[in-house]
Design a protein around this ligand. Sequence first.
Ligand SMILES: [Zn+2]
Length: 339
Amino acid sequence: MKMRKILIDDRLREIAKKYAKKLFVSRDDEFQRPLAILTKLHDDIPAKEIKYRQYVDKIITEYEPILSATPDKMRTLIREFDALNVDVNRKIPNKKIKFYEAIVSAMRYDALRDKESIPYLKNSGIRVCVYCNSQYALTVENIYYRYTKKRKIRKQVRERKALLELDHYYPKSVYPFLCTSFFNLYPVCSSCNRSKSDSEEIFFELYTENTVQNLNTFNFRIDDESLVRYKTCKRCSVLKFGFEAINSRDNDLKEGHNKIFCIEGIYKTQQDLAVEIIIKSDIYTPAYKKSLLTSFGSAICDESMLNRLILGNYSKEEDIHKRPLAKFTQDLAIQLGLI
Ligand SMILES: [Zn+2]
């Protein structure tokens, strides 16, 4: 489930191209680069295993287009790689690990997570889990660095680092060649990542190139009856929320994803936030907001910034991936006429 799809515009396409060109370029000489490791992997595969050699060779020759592949291009690549009929779960001769593990390791997904993922994905504007929108897509992990000198381990250093938690839309155990592709990496929170890996559901894609499609898929809403009850008794525990598909054909999708990520369960805990939005909608009437804007002057604060200050969160729908609970906050604020 995505709270909102992201349109691949020229800016995002450029970011992906730059990412493909510059990935690992800034690393020092000791760093083993994907193309070098892939070439060695190719040469280590016995000549009779021709399909496996072709698979690796295709990654080498199309390395940059694979890294910057848009969803349509990824689908084309999947058809082409599938046509090679390779069993990626097989342990290829001369290797103790499965073929897909060898590919993921050669493409340096580990190193990408460690260093490059944060700056590049920061550019894409996503900081919050794309599945639940309730938590930052960050995790803290131990990273071990081995400093070597003339092939002897000099020392091992442990560092705790804040990393982006990433989910592969196309799993790396099935499509290892897409393990470092920009548009295949979805920032997610740890609990959604765990929930998704246990599930076999089909997911909507986060990114789209379809400019006419409605990018919003779901909406939150305060149940009308519970709102009336709250206004009478002022107890926040009576508030109930609906989580609805905007288009009825997405109802099954909504049900499935609600089950996997427990969306209603997560948002049921946000009654206090809803109360604040209800009170703000009483205080910040259109006339009061207008007077605030007049007294600030547009140089200090425009309408969108005033809405953001009032909400304590982003007020434009294209910004929902920037801060936790932005989608919930915006939907309720719109329902109550606050923004
Ligand atoms: Zn999440």
